[in-house]
Design a protein around this ligand. Structure first.
Ligand code: ADP
Ligand code: MG
Ligand code: MG
Length: 506
């Protein structure tokens, strides 16, 4: 297994001529060879490559960059060289991907389990204080669908299971499982090509094999899954509706997928905000959702995962309209809810996985990657977390990065939640803090390269498509490696903490 020192950037392992890369200081003696010149050269080449190959995001300093394509572009933040990653972890994550896909689908079919586990969020239950009205309203839509006995025959999941290597135990532990708006599937492919290209150009100086950078199939496979779902809908004139935020500086990541969908499969996509869907969407008597008269085969959510995406009743009406329609939802409200942190914590309880998976060996594999997860009803864990907050992460029911609570904040939040004695406790979960091994990396943002002690989070994309009993796709679909300063608590590229990276398999 990967020892902490070896979880370094690939340069450290395979290219001792280059500075740093996280190897022990004795090996950094060779920095003197030509580090500054080579690093400068690599940075410049990488910046040119990014600009020429669409490894870009909207620049937050430009007022129109989130609205107008082609205006105010900036290279995406990236690590200069790939991260070495043990094949053992790679194989483990790949093997887990279809198991988690299947698990998500099975849990989604158990409406009572979802309602019971998330009951504390239910608006009708939280009389005294609003526990979390966002999750409550999602749950409300779910309850409505249950009442209508609405069945989703065709189900499409584009997932991403995120992991960190725990340095103390050398275990690959799951951070979370994303079931809605799993992003970076486009840009992750770009950074992988960038690294291959740089290494190819400097193969001799770096002493690395470009083929060891694992190719990323996320765009091709997610486009294939969306096209597969569109084909199941079986209406040549139908479109894929991409639900987007009114301002989206990450739009180029999304365009990678939708352009692939058009070029490889001839499938048309239209981009609409939730508000526009409310204004322009209609349900035909047979359940078909139409936008501007166009029948919608698939609704691909790249928004709708945060309360900010529902500023008024219009957005909630749109979500309900979509859910009531015959369009294939990626994800359905049930698949969305399975991705909540509360469900993650519930699945980690004893004998819960057994309700959804049959194969004992599969159950063991899944359980092995679970970190410690607790509800705040567990008094002794709450006390431990108040005593040693640095060993825990406190998570509210949110997505998109930047929402978790750490350290002193965690302690104070727990103390005040306990004092209130309210049912607000149920809106959070506690998780064991994972400490991945750190190594020195070159990280590039805004055209500037810094050298940071950094840690990485590895996500594996999945795709799941089925029509009734027929499982059409259940596969891993490429990956996302993200690297961030070890001193930071949070991660996430969109949230502005992490840098895109790729895998150098060792
Ligand atoms: P979100 O849905 O907002 O992405 P995450 O659970 O992924 O929520 O948490 C956001 C970030 O916080 C992660 O990308 C990771 O950097 C950090 N994080 C989350 N859980 C843990 C943990 N148990 N140990 C260490 N870091 C964590
Ligand atoms: Mg998430
Ligand atoms: Mg996350």
């Amino acid at each position: 297994l990967l020892a902490p020192a070896r979880c370094a950037a690939a340069v450290g392992t395979a290219a001792p001529k280059v500075e740093g890369g996280g190897r022990r200081s004795s090996e950094q003696g060779q920095l003197a060879v030509a580090p500054a010149r080579l690093v400068d050269e690599l940075v410049e080449e990488a910046l040119v490559w990014s600009s020429q190959h669409g490894l870009v995001v909207g620049d937050k300093n430009h007022p129109r960059s989130g609205k107008a394509p082609g205006v105010g572009l900036l290279h995406a933040p990236f690590a200069l060289l790939p991260m070495s990653f043990s094949k053992v972890y790679w194989d483990q994550a790949v093997e887990l991907a279809p198991l988690f896909n299947e698990l998500v689908d099975r849990v989604s079919l158990d409406g009572d389990f979802l309602q019971e586990t998330l009951a504390s969020f239910s608006l009708s239950f939280s009389r005294t204080k609003e526990v979390d009205s966002f999750t409550g309203r999602l749950l409300d839509i779910h309850a409505k669908m249950m009442k209508l006995n609405k069945k989703e025959d065709v189900r499409l999941g584009l997932t991403r299971s995120d992991y960190m290597v725990d340095g103390a135990t050398d275990q690959l532990l799951q951070v979370e499982l994303n079931t809605i708006s799993t992003s970076s599937n486009g840009l992750a492919c770009g950074v992988c090509e960038l690294h291959r290209n740089l290494i190819r150009q400097h193969e001799r100086e770096l002493g690395l094999d470009p083929e060891s950078v694992v190719g990323n199939t996320a765009i091709a496979q997610h486009a294939e899954a969306l096209a597969g779902a569109w084909a199941e809908f079986n209406n040549q004139s139908s479109v894929v509706l991409v639900v987007v935020q009114p301002e989206e500086r990450y739009m180029y990541d999304q365009y990678w997928i939708t352009v692939a969908l058009r070029e490889m499969y001839g499938v048309t996509t239209i981009r609409k905000t939730m508000a526009a869907i409310d204004a322009e969407g209609e349900l035909r008597p047979d359940g078909t959702l139409t936008i501007d008269g166009l029948p919608v085969a698939v609704v691909y959510f790249r928004a709708g995962y945060t309360p900010n995406d529902y500023p008024s009743e219009a957005e909630w009406r749109a979500r309900l309209l979509i859910e009531c329609s015959s369009a294939i939802k990626c994800p359905s409200i049930a698949h969305h809810l399975v991705g909540t942190k509360k469900i993650q914590q519930e699945l980690a309880k004893e004998n819960v996985l057994e309700r959804f998976l049959d194969n004992k060996a599969d159950i063991e594999k899944v359980r092995k990657c679970f970190a410690g997860l607790w509800s705040l009803e567990n008094d002794s864990i709450v006390m431990s977390a108040i005593e040693s907050p640095e060993l825990f992460v406190l998570k509210p029911q949110r997505e998109g990065g930047g929402n978790n609570i750490y350290g002193d904040n965690l302690r104070e939040t727990l103390i005040s939640l306990k004092k209130d004695g309210s049912n607000e406790l149920a809106a959070y979960i506690l998780m064991q803090r994972i400490f991945p091994p750190a190594s020195l990396c070159y990280l590039v943002r805004d055209g500037t390269c810094i050298r940071e002690n950094a840690v990485s989070e590895f996500g594996i994309f999945g795709a799941y498509l089925r029509n009734k009993d027929r499982v059409i796709i259940n596969d891993q679909c490429g990956y996302l490696m993200r690297t961030k300063a070890a001193s930071l608590n949070e991660g996430g590229v969109v949230a502005g903490y992490a840098f895109l990276n790729s895998v150098f398999l060792t």
